[in-house]
Design a protein around this ligand. Structure first.
Ligand code: NI
Length: 390
C-alpha cells in the first residue's frame, strides 16, 4: 500500500506550513512562535486536548480514536528548533532571522506531524489514543529530557513512542532503521592544565602546559586504538585547544574541550575512566596538575526490538518492503529522542530526503517532496498499532 491519498490533498497546505516555519526559525527552548503555530493548528484540527509549556516550550496534542477499547496510547514525536547557522539557500522562504536557520529539517518534522494530526483528527480510524509530541531544544538543549522530566509519559499514559528524522543521501521514498543502538551517546569534556609560566627562551624555569596538552591530545587517541575493542565504536575528538597569547611567553594554563561518542554503556564507562587517568597521569609526568570535567550529555538512541520490527513493517506498507533498510549502520551523531526511548519502548526511523546538502549545512533545505511519505508513515503507524477493525 502506497502513501495515503488524503495527504496528496494536504500536500500544498503542509508545504505552506513548513515554509512558514522555515522563514521563522527559533533556537533551543525559545521556540515560542513555532509552538504557538503548532497550538493554533491543533486547535483548528479539533484535537481532544492540547497541553503547552511541557518541558518549558513543548506542545502535546491528544487525539482519541473513534473507539477506545484497546486502552493503548501511542506517542509520535517531532522536534521544532533550528540552528545558529546563517542560511545560504536563497529560497524565497529563507530565514528572516540573520544567523539562525532550519538546517536540520525540524521545520519539516513539525509540519509532517501537524499533517498527520490533521488527518488523524479528521478520520479517527483507530482504537486507542494518539499523542502528538512537539519538542523544543533537540540541538543540544535536551528538550526531550525536559519533557520526560516534566512527567509527560505518565501524564498522557504513553505506552510506546516513535520518532523520525529526514536523512540526506537516502533516496526519497526509502526508510532506514535498525534495532539496538542507532545513534551515539554524546558526552562533552573540558580539560584544564595548570603549568608554570615562563619566558619562552627559558623553558626550564617553567612547566609548559602546551607540551602537556599536546601529549594529552595524542594519548587520548589511544582510547580508540588501544583501550576499546576494535569491533566496538568510540570517537574521542579534541575540538578546541586554547593557551597563551604571546609568541615569547610560555603560558601558565591551557584548556582543551571536545566530545566523546559511544554506542554501548560499557564503552562509555571505559572511555570516561580512561580519560581521567590519561589526563591526570600525563600531567603528573611533567610535574603539573590537570583536571577533567566530563559531562554525560545525550544517551545512546537505542531502538527497542519489537517496536523497530513494527516500525519497519509500517514503513514497508508506505513505500514497499524493498525500500526499507532494516539494518542501517549506526551513526556517531546524537539525538535527544534517546531520553524518550529510555522512558518508553519505541523506535526512531530515518526517512530519505534525497540528494541534498547535509544536515547542519548552510545550503540545506528540507525536501517538501517527502511530506506525504512522512505523514503516511505516522498515520499508518497509529492505524496499524491500534486497528479500529479487528
Ligand atoms: Ni535534527
Amino acid at each position: 500500500m502506497p502513501t495515503i491519498n488524503r495527504f496528496a490533498d494536504f500536500h500544498d497546505e503542509i508545504t505552506k506550513w513548513r515554509r512558514d516555519i522555515h522563514s521563522h526559525p527559533e533556537l533551543l527552548f525559545e521556540v515560542h512562535r513555532t509552538a504557538g503555530v503548532v497550538e493554533e493548528k491543533l486547535k483548528e484540527f479539533g484535537v481532544d486536548e492540547i497541553a503547552t509549556g511541557i518541558g518549558r516550550t513543548g506542545v502535546v496534542g491528544v487525539i482519541k480514536g473513534r473507539k477506545n477499547t484497546s486502552g493503548k496510547v501511542i506517542g509520535l514525536r517531532a522536534d521544532m528548533d533550528a540552528l545558529p547557522i546563517h542560511e545560504l539557500t536563497n529560497r524565497d522562504y529563507a530565514s528572516k532571522t540573520d544567523g539562525i536557520m532550519h538546517a536540520c529539517g525540524h521545520d519539516g518534522h513539525t509540519a509532517m506531524l501537524l499533517g498527520a494530526a490533521k488527518y488523524l483528527a479528521e478520520t479517527r480510524n483507530f482504537d486507542g489514543t494518539a499523542i502528538v509530541i512537539f519538542q523544543p531544544a533537540e540541538e543540544g538543549g535536551g528538550g526531550g529530557r525536559e519533557m520526560v522530566d516534566d512527567g509527560m509519559m505518565d501524564r498522557f499514559k504513553v505506552n510506546e513512542v516513535y520518532g523520525m528524522h529526514n536523512f540526506p543521501g537516502l533516496p526519497v521514498g526509502e526508510f532506514a532503521i535498525r534495532p539496538g543502538p542507532l545513534m551515539a551517546a554524546t558526552d562533552v569534556f573540558e580539560i584544564n592544565i595548570e603549568g608554570i609560566g615562563a619566558h619562552a627562551a627559558r623553558p626550564h624555569d617553567g612547566i609548559d602546559p602546551i607540551i602537556i596538552g599536546s601529549s594529552i591530545v595524542q594519548a587520548l587517541q589511544s582510547i580508540a586504538s588501544r583501550t576499546v575493542d576494535p569491533l566496538e565504536s568510540v570517537v574521542v575528538s579534541v575540538t578546541t585547544f586554547n593557551a597563551g597569547n604571546a609568541f615569547n611567553v610560555i603560558p601558565q594554563t591551557a584548556k582543551l574541550t571536545g566530545t566523546v561518542r559511544t554506542l554501548l554503556p560499557e564503552v562509555r564507562d571505559t572511555a570516561e575512566k580512561r580519560m581521567s587517568e590519561i589526563v591526570e597521569h600525563t600531567a603528573a609526568t611533567y610535574g603539573a596538575k590537570a583536571q577533567i570535567n566530563y559531562e554525560r550529555n545525550y544517551p545512546v538512541t537505542r531502538n527497542h526490538l519489537d517496536q523497530t520490527v513494527f516500525a519497519a513493517k509500517v514503513a514497508a506498507e508506505v513505500v514497499g518492503e524493498d525500500r526499507v533498510e532494516t539494518n542501517t549502520p549506526p551513526l556517531m551523531g546524537g539525538e535527544d529522542f534517546s531520553f524518550m526511548l529510555n522512558a518508553r519502548p519505541g523506535a526512531f526511523i530515518f526517512v530519505g530526503q534525497g540528494d541534498t546538502a547535509g544536515v547542519h549545512h548552510p545550503e540545506y533545505d528540507f525536501n517538501d517532496e517527502i511530506i506525504p511519505i512522512g505523514c503516511s508513515y505516522w498515520a499508518k503507524l497509529v492505524e496499524t498499532a491500534m486497528p479500529a477493525e479487528k
